[in-house]
Design a protein around this ligand. Structure first.
Ligand SMILES: [Zn+2]
Length: 170
């Protein structure tokens, strides 16, 4: 079927339960419309999304996906965690309401030390690896003293790796 709001082609989840195939609600991946109003995000964050809290993306077909796991999978394809967060921030907040950030896990203040965009290319390739791990950890772990320790150790490792790039054998 086509979306009643934007006329894009809709999709639905199907599962063979042995005695037949069951369907989830029709959903539009273009505008976020869903046959089931709880999953409808075409006019802003959906009810189900709001209830799910941080760390999961609820799609218009009623599916629920862990952002941490997406970040991990994206990493295997060389997609930085930051890009994944950007995509979901936009798809969940079509209205651009900054106070409505549900999905982007609480970023640590330490994330600024993992910034790499400003670095020259030969240091960027080293630094970006650590940024990805740090961002994944922020997505997977709740903030707290031990997460901060993990990030701090990672930062030490990054600095050493950058030094090693600057002075090989040094
Ligand atoms: Zn649509």
């Amino acid at each position: 079927m086509n979306c009643p709001k934007c006329e894009s082609e809709c999709d639905r989840d199907e599962a063979d339960v042995g005695v037949g195939v069951i369907h989830g609600p029709w959903g539009c991946w273009s505008c976020g419309w869903s046959e089931d109003s709880r999953y409808d995000s075409s006019a802003g964050t959906s009810e189900a999304q709001r209830e799910s809290g941080d760390g999961r993306y609820i799609d218009p077909c009623g599916g629920s996906t862990s952002i941490g796991r997406l970040v991990q999978s994206a990493g295997w394809f060389g997609i930085p965690a930051g890009s994944v967060h950007e995509v979901f921030k936009e798809s969940i907040m079509p209205s651009g309401n900054a106070s409505d950030v549900l999905l982007v896990p609480q970023e640590d203040r330490m994330m600024k030390w993992f910034a790499y965009e400003h670095l020259p290319e030969h240091l960027k390739v080293v630094s970006v690896k650590f940024y990805e791990v740090a961002a994944s950890l922020c997505a997977i772990l709740e903030s707290g003293p031990e997460r901060t320790v993990a990030l701090r150790k990672l930062l030490e490792a990054k600095d050493a790796a950058v030094r090693s790039r600057l002075h090989p054998g040094g």
